[in-house]
Design a protein around this ligand. Structure first.
Ligand SMILES: C[S@@+](CC[C@H](N)C(=O)[O-])C[C@H]1O[C@@H](n2cnc3c(N)ncnc32)[C@H](O)[C@@H]1O
Length: 206
């Protein structure tokens, strides 16, 4: 789609990647790592609040243990859904956030995206950066599911590890007829590092 060439000596293959995220190993050993990270969740919530009312339907792709969703829940957002490929992460979500009612879809974005409906807000945080170049067809599906706004908070600049597939999401989603309306280079201030950009796009029906 965008003429990216993966580098097999550095980056995992598509199958290796999915196997990695599905299982609990290495860096992903303990999905409870993702319970922490309140600073970046707060930043996310501040963005969502600018573009969505509490009754908005919101989808997180790659929600892991649901830390971001729970921050939204605590701020009064009630129509929450998440897709996550790691089953242990979804179990931890149920255990840790028992009062949160979120619809969850276990499986990869690749396997689940087509069956999903449309949402007022779709967002990702450190997830699209792990989508293999061979899976880039999912971006047009993501654009299609975005009724209101798409928020991406993703590492874009460098191949930070064998799990990373950097790309510019402004180019990608503007090529799919979304309009970028906000961009910010991030840092520790938002609980992330300088590889990350936050972007907000308005959907075709916003
Ligand atoms: C770095 S973590 C970020 C988790 C969460 N968004 C956060 O901000 O804490 C990446 C998450 O995306 C999930 N993931 C990676 N590739 C995926 C894919 N193709 N489909 C669905 N989930 C995926 C992983 O299992 C993991 O939970």
């Amino acid at each position: 789609m965008h003429n990216h060439e993966s580098n097999p000596s550095i980056q995992k293959s598509k199958d290796e990647l999915q196997k990695y995220w599905r299982s609990s190993n290495e860096m992903n050993t303990n999905p409870s790592n993702y319970l922490h990270g309140n600073k970046r969740s707060k930043y996310l919530v501040s963005l969502v609040k600018q573009y969505a009312r509490p009754d908005a339907s919101i989808l997180e792709l790659g929600c892991n243990v649901g830390r971001n969703l729970n921050h939204l829940w605590k701020e009064g957002f009630r129509n929450l859904s998440g897709v996550e490929v790691n089953p242990d992460a979804l179990k931890l979500m149920k255990q840790n956030f028992q009062d949160m009612e979120a619809i969850t879809y276990e499986g990869s974005i690749e396997d689940r995206i087509k069956e999903l409906g449309e949402y007022d807000v779709v967002f990702t945080m450190a997830v699209l950066e792990h989508v293999h170049y061979d899976s880039e067809w999912v971006f047009s599906e993501i654009a299609r599911k975005t009724k209101g706004h798409l928020i991406t908070i993703e590492g874009e600049k460098k191949i930070a590890s064998e799990l990373h597939f950097p790309r510019n999401y402004k180019t990608i989603f503007e090529g799919l007829d979304l309009q970028q309306i906000y961009e910010k280079g991030l840092s520790q201030k938002e609980g992330l590092n300088t590889n990350f950009y936050a972007r907000v796009f308005s959907g075709n029906r916003s």
